[in-house]
Write a protein that binds this ligand. Structure first.
Ligand SMILES: *Cc1c(COP(=O)(O)O)cnc(C)c1O
Length: 341
């Protein structure tokens, strides 16, 4: 059994069925197919606005292209030092922007405050030709430590962005989990709070391989078709991306999956805490970061649970991520293993 990541979960059967259905016969390529068009229309409904939508096959591509659409090569992107775009994308944001610099901010739970953002942006005057020019800020929602920004907190960050002339990107690899945690609507958590470009995740929450760049900024929207093609991310058999996203959004499957994953994480956190584990970050989404003593870790391992050390929080902290596919039986295995003490 593995709680290592939500990427270890299978594809949701409804999404797999949709792929198989869309695979019948010929269809227009490069996004001109009915599945893609339908998924784009669904996203406009979901976000209650006429956004521009671009599908890609990975979250790294979504983030790097989104950032490239709002940051020139001589620009800088302000973000948290533990952000996925900093630690887990092998320099893709720098590569796709043509060399923009990441400026790293501090803050607990992989979150930064408007004040921290403002102070760092203030260090780089726009008029100084010798320094990089801050053009954008990027926040992760849910964060890499499992924390969630409330919509009001996003709005406060975007206010600083407006004042400093920055565009705001949200890495929403787990956007659905953040909505399930806060009860905010997709619109409230994005453009109404001042987000310009959103990486809207689906892969971790039941899809096979599709993420949407949801663009609320018209300048960025004009560049994204070309950025995507130039980087090799305009898939020819695009209908298989569109079909995944359409099925993901159909009847609110995406929000049900995320709600389930969050609820399972809360249950598992309660099991681990009652056995003596200590959660080192607030459990809001589907990820738990918990300090376990050696006997606890051993008992879980003996029960067949694959453990994943989370080094940034210390040698005895482990990450557990629940998914749409996590069952009560999975959590019971952990409970039994720990109760056997
Ligand atoms: C998983 C993840 C991504 C996307 O990763 P890919 O492996 O490229 O799909 C982006 N941001 C965050 C915060 C993630 O956890």
């Amino acid at each position: 059994m593995s709680f290592v990541s939500d990427t270890t979960a299978p594809v949701h059967p409804r999404i797999m069925d949709a792929i198989v259905e869309a695979n019948a016969g010929v269809a227009s390529s490069y996004g001109a197919d009915p599945w893609t068009q339908r998924a784009i229309a669904q996203l406009k409904d979901v976000f209650e606005t006429d956004c521009a939508v671009f599908f890609v096959a990975s979250g790294t591509a979504a983030n790097a292209l989104a950032l490239a659409s709002i940051t020139p090569p001589w620009g800088a992107i302000l973000t948290h030092r533990e952000a996925h775009i900093v630690l887990d994308e092998a320099g893709a944001p720098e590569f796709y922007t043509g060399g923009a610099r990441l400026l790293l901010l501090d803050g607990p739970h992989a979150q930064f405050t408007p004040q921290t953002l403002d102070a760092e942006a203030a260090r780089y005057a726009r008029s100084n030709v010798h320094g990089v020019q801050p053009f954008s800020a990027s926040i992760s929602q849910v964060t890499e430590s499992g924390a969630v920004y409330e919509a009001s907190e996003v709005a406060a960050i975007s206010e600083v962005c407006r004042a400093r002339g920055l565009k705001l990107h949200m890495d929403g690899a787990r956007f659905a989990n953040a909505l399930a945690a806060t009860g905010a609507t997709p619109a409230e958590m994005s453009w109404k709070a001042g987000v310009d470009v959103l990486s809207f995740g689906a892969t971790k929450n039941g899809a096979l391989s599709v993420e949407a760049i949801v663009c609320f900024d018209t300048d960025a929207a004009r560049q994204l078709p070309h950025l995507r093609k130039r980087s090799g991310h305009l898939l020819a058999k695009h209908r298989l991306l569109g079909a995944q996203m359409a099925a993901y959004l159909e009847d609110g499957l995406w929000l049900r999956n995320a709600g389930h994953a969050n609820a399972m994480a809360a249950k598992l956190a309660a099991v681990l805490e009652s056995a003596g584990g200590e959660c080192v970050h607030p459990v809001r989404g589907n990820a738990i970061f918990v300090r376990l003593d050696a006997p606890m870790a051993e008992r879980l391992k003996s029960a067949g649970v694959v453990l994943y050390r989370w080094a940034p929080d210390g040698p005895d902290v482990y990450r557990f991520v629940a998914s749409w596919a996590t069952t009560d039986a999975d959590i019971e295995v952990c409970a039994q293993a720990l109760a056997a003490a």
